[in-house]
Design a protein around this ligand. Structure first.
Ligand code: ADP
Ligand code: MG
Length: 312
């Protein structure tokens, strides 16, 4: 099968709403909604770095788009479309069919069509660029947190990191527990509806991709504020809660790949109910820095840092 047959077979589908030209020409042509701004983000998944070669291709397709939709969610954007740049070592039909199934299932769930891309031979690597929209002035940014705001997190933290520790051989988990945390790692749910519902309510938002400490740190830096969070209040699954206390802290504070939203809002804000649990984990303070305390208010000396590809 040649490059163009491959694209036609696995990645070309009828253009979606608002897509005037999709896959097949030199550029896609998208019609913006009047008064809206484009919100654009790219995320790359590299074999051996972001995923294992043994991962189910449908889950890989899901995750490649999910991590991108998560960035749109963090900005409160409505997904409009995406491109896929794909490097493949060889053509494996069963693998490509699985990848495209997982990718399009999530794309369809968010009415976010694939509008173009690039396909080349090379080490396995997927790079997606998503295009979303928000009305002018309505995008949620990292820079709006104010002293006195509460800090909230959606869903649960740390399961993806726990799964990674199992793959590394550092932790053993019984069947069901492993199935659950593995799904968190391989099949994250982007909080797109929550992000949109937070427009006009949250003062700052970020998605947790590299670990809470670092990602919340980005909000603090961009907003010029500090914060205090209660490590014991951080929401975690029953599987994680059954692990040693030290491991739990590593997973909830520094575990990456959660794709939950962390946001700040004034105490009087009415938070939206989109069916995702929200947990208050701390508050914004004037004093710079991030203070981690336990349920008794005692300082926690965690010695942890978030994930950084080039940390020395
Ligand atoms: P060009 O050489 O003009 O950049 P290509 O030959 O790379 O175009 O691609 C042909 C068409 O197929 C383009 O519309 C491109 O956007 C689309 N395309 C290529 N790879 C993919 C892919 N992996 N997923 C979706 N569309 C793709
Ligand atoms: Mg061209």
């Amino acid at each position: 099968m040649g490059e163009f047959d491959l694209i036609r077979r696995y990645f070309q589908r009828p253009a979606g709403v608002g897509v005037e030209v999709g896959v097949g020409d030199d550029c896609a042509v998208l019609a913006p909604t009047p008064g809206a701004r484009w919100l654009v983000s790219s995320d790359m998944l590299v074999e051996g770095r972001h995923f294992l070669s043994t991962v189910d291709p449908a889950r890989l397709g899901h995750k490649a788009l999910a991590v991108n939709l998560s960035d749109l969610a963090a900005c409160g954007a409505t997904p409009r479309g995406f491109t896929l740049a794909l490097a493949l070592p060889r053509v494996d039909d069963a693998w490509l069919a699985g990848l495209s199934r997982g990718l399009f299932a999530l794309a369809d769930a968010h009415a976010c069509p694939l509008v173009g891309g690039d396909t080349t031979q090379g080490p396995l690597n997927l790079c997606i660029t998503v295009f979303g929209e928000a009305l002018a002035g309505q995008a949620l940014l990292r820079s709006g947190a104010r002293v006195g705001d509460d800090i909230w997190v959606s869903g649960r933290l740390g399961d993806a990191r726990l799964a990674l520790e199992v793959f590394r051989g550092a932790v053993a988990l019984a069947g069901d527990g492993f199935t659950q945390v593995r799904a968190a790692m391989e099949c994250p749910t982007p909080r797109v509806a929550l992000g949109q519902a937070l427009r006009g309510i949250a003062t700052a938002v970020i998605d947790v991709s590299d670990g809470l400490l670092g990602d919340l740190g980005h909000i603090l830096a961009a907003s010029g504020v500090g914060a205090r969070i209660d490590v014991d209040a951080l929401p975690r699954s029953a599987v994680l809660a059954a692990q040693a206390a030290g491991l739990q802290r590593v997973c909830v504070l520094a575990g990456g790949d959660d794709y939950e939203l962390v946001f700040t809002a004034p105490p009087q804000a009415r938070l939206p109910d989109v069916g995702v649990p929200l947990t208050r984990i701390g508050c914004i303070e004037a004093e710079p820095g991030l203070r981690v305390v336990d349920a008794h208010g005692a300082a926690v000396d965690h010695g942890l840092r978030s994930f950084d590809h080039f940390a020395s």
